[in-house]
Write a protein that binds this ligand. Sequence first.
Ligand code: SAH
Length: 196
Amino acid sequence: TDTGSQKDRVVSEEEWLKKWEMGNIGFHKERGHPLLQKYLDVLVNGRSGLRIFFPLCGKAVEMKWLADMGHSIFGVEISEQALKEFFVEHGLSYCEEPVPEISGAKKLQSTSGNISLYCCSIYDLSSSIVGKFDGVWDRGALVAVNPCDRQRYGSLMITLMEKNSSYLLVTVSYDPSKHKGPPFYVPESEIKSLFG
Ligand code: SAH
């Protein structure tokens, strides 16, 4: 399939912020993703109290779901509006603090302490700031990354993973010559080359 037409496409951070402001967020789903329910056992793999990462998290309801199962949730998102809506819509109180290592970044943390959402670009994070994760739920994340940034995203994600971590990735299969994305079309061969 021809992915050439998407290769040079860039969605800027400003465009994402605008989508949130305009309520143009068709990607957000009110109900938990059926594939997370289906593959929850693969993610958790009999372990408890995991550190689970949601890259490009938006206000994904699955964060609340996994937190309620006793896991510690970490997310990153450039839209502060999205993060605030997450806490408000789930009736969770939270506090805000700056992230000393990243200029302009904020951490919004539930008062109960088990949900920590970083408001900054994912490319500003590193394991020295957020630690490493036992699990990753990547839905609307790799497929939202600009194709020119995929390599950087993949390498960063690998550095954020613990040795025995599980990574659930959702991609979207469609004819990339008919839609400019996002979500972008990420062929299986590219996933193999990014993550091995
Ligand atoms: N994973 C979420 C949101 C998917 S949409 C879900 O399943 O609903 C992609 C999100 O990534 C948007 O909310 C956008 O604001 C955010 N985003 C885009 N570029 C980003 C970046 N560089 N760092 C962090 N968040 C980013």
